[in-house]
Write a protein that binds this ligand. Structure first.
Ligand SMILES: *[C@@H]1O[C@H](CO)[C@@H](O)[C@H](O)[C@H]1NC(C)=O
Ligand SMILES: *[C@@H]1O[C@H](CO)[C@@H](O)[C@H](O)[C@H]1NC(C)=O
Length: 421
């Protein structure tokens, strides 16, 4: 009798637990399904119907999207926007890239080479389309949430003049940069050495870029950024990729990488944002670099971007910004890595080539021919160039100038080493 009662009670307990289990798993299932739905909705927003599709050797899919169907036009303010197919003005005083390479080809030591994007090996996009790197489900699933996909996780602007240790050290971002401030700037240019730095942790990245900054370092900071990056989190591999970023509120609600939100309007059919660039430089071997120019069209007010001497990629409409709708207050050039300190030690993630500036050409990474655009739309040498790094024993920067390279600097380092633990 007692045994029977125990059995019945046990049976009931089991039923209850079983039911609970079912309830829990039903709840979990619908959560997963809700997330799946959200991810697919976001994929549909980002991936517009292609006119042609190109499979890149690195696993990327490049979709050729009709220029008027690009993500920018999802923005309510851009519904009736008339695409500018070219800037009204280019800045005056552009360094003639061909002249630079022919004059430096005489000196074998500092010869640099042209560069393309990997997907070009398998085809090109037709006229009136733009190449867009297709976002895959796993790309979004690597982000902390659908909403954060394509956005920076932290504020990450190096703040040279008044270093705020909490700000710099808490976010774990480390920089080695050159910068100018104290004037009104209408653009910036640089030729950036391309490498493939090693990344220790998948949640870390390493990049080389220029920053066009407007406003103070508050909640409403405006920033336009362009360069190359290695970011396993964003792209799912360790390839070196061309990228842009923009924000008008210090990385909070507005802005994103590449074309991952409405903002940047692309007009170019040959260069894909976020696609791999190839080849990359090798230590004591061939050196490759890319030129990036960002400037404000004095007539329309839009911020344009040019890649190399031939590719005008497109523009950020002026209305996206507050301070940058007028001008920039600071320009920065250089490298940034995330130090996530996984084991309490400094990361071994490399910046630039992973070698310090002292090593020079062919070993350390460089920015050359750095210039700013002034209020008369002229490209000028930067005046009063400063440098900044949080821990020069981990990553450092050294400036110089000469006839061929104008103002330049070497930067970067290996991260963890006997002097950086
Ligand atoms: C950041 O932290 C490192 C090590 O903890 C320290 O050496 C460095 O001075 C700090 N940087 C700034 C700008 O406070
Ligand atoms: C990226 O490089 C790290 C080592 O630096 C390696 O552990 C990781 O597997 C690589 N990731 C991919 C996707 O190749």
């Amino acid at each position: 009798m007692v045994a029977l009662r125990v059995t019945v009670v046990l049976f009931l307990v089991c039923l209850c637990l079983g039911g609970l289990g079912l309830l829990v798993s039903a709840g979990r299932l619908s959560g997963v399904e809700r997330q799946k739905l959200e991810v697919h909705k976001h994929l549909n927003r980002l991936n517009k119907p292609p006119i042609k599709t190109i499979q890149s050797p690195d696993g990327d899919i490049i979709d050729c999207i009709h220029i008027s169907h690009q993500p920018a036009f999802d923005h309510p303010f851009l519904k009736d926007h008339k695409i500018q197919m070219r800037p009204s003005y280019h800045p005056e005083g552009l360094f003639d890239e061909n002249k630079v390479s022919s004059s430096s080809s005489g000196s074998k030591k500092e010869r640099t080479n042209p560069i393309t994007q990997l997907w070009h090996m398998n085809g090109r996009c037709p006229e009136d389309t733009i190449p867009v790197r297709r976002t895959k489900e796993e790309d979004i699933l690597r982000a902390s949430s659908v909403k954060r996909y394509g956005k920076k996780k932290h504020r990450s602007i190096p703040k040279p003049r008044s270093p705020d240790p909490d700000f710099i050290n808490q976010s774990g971002h480390q920089h080695a940069i050159a910068y100018v401030e104290g004037d009104k700037y209408y653009g910036a240019k640089a030729t950036i050495n391309v490498w493939e730095p090693k990344i220790q942790q998948p949640n870390e990245f390493s990049l080389s870029q220029l920053w066009i900054l407007g406003g103070s370092f508050g909640e409403d900071l405006n920033s336009i950024e362009a360069g190359w990056q290695v970011s396993p989190d964003l792209y799912g591999d360790n390839n070196t990729r061309l990228f842009t970023y923009w924000t008008s509120d210090a990385y909070q609600a507005t802005g994103c990488y590449n074309l991952l939100c409405s903002g940047f309007i692309q007009i170019n059919s040959e260069i894909a944002m976020g696609a791999s660039i190839s080849p990359v430089s090798a230590y004591r071997n061939s050196q490759y670099d890319i030129s990036i120019l960002v400037w404000k069209d004095p007539k329309e007010g839009n911020w344009w971007m040019q890649f190399g001497s031939d590719y005008v990629l497109g523009y950020w409409p002026s209305f996206l910004f507050s301070y940058l709708a007028d001008s920039a207050s600071m320009i920065e050039w250089g490298g940034e890595v995330v130090n996530s300190e996984p084991d309490g030690q400094h990361t071994t993630t490399q910046m630039g080539s992973g070698h310090f500036p002292e090593e020079g050409f062919g070993k350390s990474s460089y920015f050359r021919n750095i210039q700013v655009v002034d209020s008369s739309n002229n490209l000028k040498s930067p005046k009063g160039l400063g440098t900044f790094t949080e821990q020069s024993n981990c990553y450092d920067v050294q400036t110089g100038s000469n006839g061929d390279w104008g103002h330049y600097f070497y930067f970067g380092g290996p991260g963890r080493n006997p002097n950086c633990q």
